[in-house]
Design a protein. Structure first.
Length: 95
């Protein structure tokens, strides 16, 4: 879900506002077309390096997208850990 929001925001900046094609944008960013396409389609996460490239080339700030992605990743990790049934060391009975 968060990847969709990130990809929609990036599409707006790169494809709509700048009027670039994915191929042209990849060339400007110095990345492969498949790598950029995966981020724009939400099948890959926005990496800090890709974020920095987009910031530099398109003069926009994507750090808020990285932060949103990090929060979503943390939430998913907590949900996964909760399913494992791990207990806090403070919740155990003293022997």
């Amino acid at each position: 879900m968060i990847l969709e929001r990130v990809s929609v925001a990036l599409k707006a900046v790169i494809l709509i506002d700048a009027g670039d094609t994915v191929t042209r944008a990849a060339e400007r960013l110095g990345v492969g077309r498949p790598a950029l396409s995966n981020v724009l389609n939400g099948t890959s996460e926005l990496s800090p390096e890709m974020s920095a490239r987009i910031d530099r080339v398109y003069e926009c700030y994507t750090s808020h997208l990285l932060q949103a992605q990090l929060r979503a990743d943390a939430k998913l990790a907590k949900e996964k850990i909760a399913q494992l049934g791990l207990k806090s060391r403070y919740s155990e009975d003293e022997a």
